[in-house]
Design a protein around this ligand. Sequence first.
Ligand SMILES: [Cu+2]
Length: 180
Amino acid sequence: MKLVKLQNFIIFTVSVVLCGYVGTWLGGWSATADPVLREIKIKARQYAYDPSVIRVNQGDTLRFYLASLDVIHGFYLEGHDLDGEIIPNQKAFRVRRLSNGEDWREVEHVDVIVNRRGKFRYRCSHTCGSMHPFMLGELIVEPNTPFHAGIGGVVGLFLGLLFILGRSGRAVGAKPEDPD
Ligand SMILES: [Cu+2]
């Protein structure tokens, strides 16, 4: 009987770990396989951005529309190689990548794919007045894997329990023929 218990324990543990792993894998897969396009309209004014906090999920594509309500502002997005220049009362704005020394180009929106989790600040990169250094916002990129891993773990637990119940049922049935 001891051997059966040990076997049950191993099968249970393996199925929980395996299903947790599969759940995590599926979670990671869905984070990149189901990217959402989010349109984000940012209004800049002295000395703030609206919205000042943006929450998105890893893998999303962010389509930024930038507008200024007063003077020329910048839009530098940390960690995403993007700098913007926003001219007031104008639908188009200018962007450039800093890494390759690219020149400004005029666009009506700019797309950024957020592949990394974390907090990234965006700040004004165009001196716009006395409080310019405090013109900041925060982009929060959240993972969406723990939920799937959790579901995988619960499914694993359930399957493991079913397996043990099935096995112990058979063990009891077999007992008269094969006593320990
Ligand atoms: Cu500014």
